[in-house]
Design a binder for this molecule. Sequence first.
Ligand SMILES: Cc1ncc(COP(=O)(O)O)c(C=O)c1O
Length: 356
Amino acid sequence: MQEVMTPTIKITKVAQSRVSQVDINNNIVMGTQFSDHMFICDYQNGEWTNARIEPLTLIPTHPVAMALHYGQAIFEGMKATLGKDGTPLVFRPEENAKRLNFSADRMGMPLFPEDLFVEALKQFTALEKEWIPTQEGSALYLRPFMYADEAFIGMRAATSFKFIVMGSPSGPFFSRKIKLFAEQKYVRAVNGGTGEAKAAGNYAAAIRPTEYAKAKGYDQVLWLDAEEFEYIQEVGTMNIFFKIDGKFITPDLSGSILNGITRMSVIDVLRDKGFEVTERPIRISEIKEAHKNGTLEEAFGTGTAVGIAMVEEIGNNEFSIKLPEANPVSVMVNDTLNAIKVQDIEDKFGWIVAAK
Ligand SMILES: Cc1ncc(COP(=O)(O)O)c(C=O)c1O
């Protein structure tokens, strides 16, 4: 086997860290504070070059940078935590590397070397260690992303791109239950579309329907399939699970659902705890029926940003499903994931990667 050489990452540190000016353990609003550095790498002439970590700064952008016009832009979201002995840990970075490349391929963008992705995340996280909050359930949110920066007007794949990683301290999210608006006018994704990719445009398309749902008193949109508005896909920026009659179901990866890394981890945790989990198409009518006959026990969303978000209600103008107050399994799954991430319990799945 040919050995793959990871290119050297050149590191230029800030003269003075800003971390002491930010109260990373209290009142931190997700996505508003950014750590000192960024990892950056350029794609030119068919290869990724100049991998470096530098002080976070603005990047000059040409007004016709192709990402701005044609939307070749993808991203990832992941979290870094501190282990028991203070070692920074990254959760399943190789899965994000794979998913980034899945998205890149779908959007006509170059693949990013997966070993360099993991190495970049490790070196970046190690450098930004002081930015990792220590409060339970909080983390340094890591945002890898890639976009087309070639200046060109015309519809084709760009030839130059940037891959960047940034860090943003985030507090625990697991505070409030969520109400889901079962959307029957707008759709997030169609079969054959880009819903399976973490493409920026998917999120743009979701903004207005999410605002409408919020104006009606809901927290997030429950996305249904584009043909019948019947099959449940996902919720906001999360995958969704239901517990019916003691067993779990979650929509299968039908081609229009994002393959969530929390989703795949939750499936493993639930099975490990002895629960049956089935990935299959789920009709909204089935959830209504389970609610009516008293077998709908719990529902929760799963995603990196929020961890586990328990569902309180699902509805729209025509129906309302109120979930039971108690969510013992949702709480257990959330606690288990959080405990693995800070080495409070054994990482028997081998999910955490030390960043040093
Ligand atoms: C549309 C969508 N679905 C699901 C997820 C959950 O994915 P993950 O668990 O990898 O964060 C996300 C978040 O990345 C998302 O944006």
